[in-house]
Design a protein around this ligand. Structure first.
Ligand SMILES: N[C@@H](CCC(=O)N[C@@H](CS)C(=O)NCC(=O)O)C(=O)O
Length: 212
């Protein structure tokens, strides 16, 4: 069986949980507590030298790191329920949206970066949150604008079927809400997030639904 090195609050792991659920793939979760620093233990460094979650161990015991690489692997090995749209243009648009979150928002708003801002650079909690909100706003402004310009959104970012774009967006929206980031300026993002969470694959992947 596939094993997911997981942490309930990790938004990158949340992406992989959604993808596994959408494809109906059974998996075993091994929790790695980021709060207790389990990701820095020698045993986990052997799993992921980056000391980040998620990591996925395949059925034949290969380990894949990086959520987007894991999701691409799942898409190639379990293609029957596709999470990439049908045409090259729509696939490119799904990736553009997904990468706003995965490459441009998340890396600068990640736990280790926020810890560095406060613990090493000695900025206050307030300054840390200003940093978090600044990068999130830049990303969500562009995400919302692209959704409007592309005109592809239906119930989801691309038509009515969940794709990589929704898989990356919904955990980031969850995180934004957790930190009380105001979402009033993002009606499309909010509408899509609300719809996706009515789908069992997304709902089952929520942090509060993880039972380890
Ligand atoms: N680009 C990586 C990011 C992984 C990542 O940053 N994971 C976070 C949780 S969302 C983590 O493990 N953080 C640990 C830390 O910051 O110390 C991916 O997409 O898998």
């Amino acid at each position: 069986m596939i094993t997911l090195y997981d942490y309930y609050r990790s938004s990158a792991a949340f992406r992989v949980r959604i993808a596994l659920n959408l494809k109906g793939i059974e998996y075993k979760a091994i929790p790695i507590s980021l709060i207790d620093g389990e990701n820095h233990k020698e045993s986990y460094k052997e799993v992921n030298p980056q000391q980040l979650v998620p990591a996925l161990e395949t059925e034949d015991h290969h380990i894949i790191t990086q959520s987007l690489a894991i999701i691409a692997y799942l898409e190639e090995t379990h293609p029957s329920i596709a999470i990439m749209p049908a045409t090259p243009l729509l696939r490119a648009q799904a990736r553009s949206l997904a990468m706003i979150v995965a490459c441009d928002i998340h890396p600068v708003d990640n736990l280790r970066v926020l810890k560095y801002v406060t613990n090493t650079l000695h900025h206050s909690e307030e300054e840390k949150m200003a940093w978090y909100f600044h990068w999130l706003k830049q990303g969500f402004d562009a995400f919302e604008a692209l959704l409007k310009r592309n005109g592809t959104a239906g119930l989801c970012c691309i038509n009515d079927t969940p794709s990589l774009a929704d898989i990356c967006l919904i955990p980031q929206v969850y995180n934004a809400k957790r930190f009380d980031f105001p979402l009033a300026d993002y009606p499309e993002i909010s509408r899509i997030a609300e719809y996706c969470l009515t789908l069992p694959a997304f709902e089952k992947a929520l942090p509060e639904r993880q039972e380890y």
